[in-house]
Design a protein around this ligand. Structure first.
Ligand code: SAM
Length: 290
């Protein structure tokens, strides 16, 4: 497999991306959530910062808030942008914006009112949902700029990502097991009881929770979306380690990766970036056709 790449903008070369690193290094030190395990860390926060600086959207939708680190980053990078922050569970938030520009909602992306979307709007998906469906919905709602965080390679990860779509690998959610089964049964039982007690209750259980989000192996999904893509760009890792986060060799056969921005000689100077370098998951940007 190779890194898919389409119409990379000229000013997105590594040496030009690096011009933003020192200023971001200082911003990162001011992040509100120091322990964001399970959420964004240096490599992808830098990627998102870079994309926001380049695109300068006036409206940003963030799907997947968790503790609120990305909300803080978007708000700080674009103080005048309107931000719609979505997560079915708003209780994880530790950083809650007080800005009038930020609106929170626990309803899903597909259930929002996007009848009027400014042309330069950007949607940032960090919600572990099916990216094939997300991309088609985003396009039909009028979004042209998309950033996706969970761009897992074909053999890894719990999400049907762009890289999986491109490789035709489908998705085999391997998290099934006795613990998952018990959790799924409990969720379904509880949902049933709640609905018996309250006939008006609408409680959507996520496929993700039940580990039933498998996708067949097919190249068709990529063929269907390729014609919508004007630009596809994978943000490079800052540092590339010898082993992946899954413990195997970080080689180009299983883990095609853009050339890293820095080499190990610079790990002292950018120690936060180096410490978080294992959290890289091939964040990507797509510009869809008009
Ligand atoms: C990886 S975390 C997000 C990290 C966050 N962006 C940050 O900056 O640290 C994934 C989040 O997606 C949320 N999520 C799950 N299903 C979702 C959905 N359908 N729409 C939006 N968010 C969803 C989860 O509740 C979780 O908070």
């Amino acid at each position: 497999m190779i890194v898919y790449n389409k119409n990379k903008p000229r000013d997105w070369e590594n040496k030009l991306i690096l011009k933003y690193l020192d200023e971001f290094n200082e911003i990162y030190k001011k992040r509100p959530i120091k322990n964001n395990h399970g959420g964004m860390s240096f490599p992808h926060m830098f990627g998102l910062y870079f994309f926001l600086k380049k695109i300068k959207p006036s409206f940003v939708v963030e799907s997947g808030i968790f503790k609120g680190q990305s909300t803080w980053l978007i708000e700080n990078t674009l103080p005048n942008a309107k931000i719609l922050s979505l997560d079915p569970n708003l209780n994880f938030r530790q950083y809650i914006s007080k800005s009038q520009n930020v609106e929170y909602s626990s309803s899903d992306f597909v259930d929002q009112n996007f009848s009027e979307v400014p042309n330069n709007s950007l949607v940032f998906f960090d919600d572990h949902q099916n990216f094939y469906e997300r991309l088609l919905c985003a396009y039909s709602f009028g979004f042209k700029h998309i950033v996706a965080d969970d761009n897992y390679p074909s053999l890894q990860g719990d999400t049907y990502s762009f890289k999986k779509i491109y490789s035709g690998s489908g998705l085999n959610d391997k998290r099934t097991g006795i613990k998952k089964l018990i959790k799924a049964l409990l969720l379904l039982t509880l949902n049933n009881i709640k609905k018996k007690l309250n006939k008006n209750l609408i409680n959507t259980i996520q496929k993700y929770e039940l580990s039933i989000q498998d996708i067949i192996k097919t190249k068709n999904h990529f063929q269907n979306i390729e014609k919508l893509i004007e630009i596809y760009f994978e943000f490079p890792p800052i540092f590339k380690k010898k082993f992946t986060r899954w413990g195997d060799n970080w080689d180009e056969v299983n883990y095609p990766t853009p050339k890293p921005l820095l080499s190990d000689e610079q790990k002292e100077q950018y120690s936060d970036a180096y410490k978080d370098s294992g959290n890289y998951t091939w964040m990507c940007y797509l510009k869809l056709i008009e």
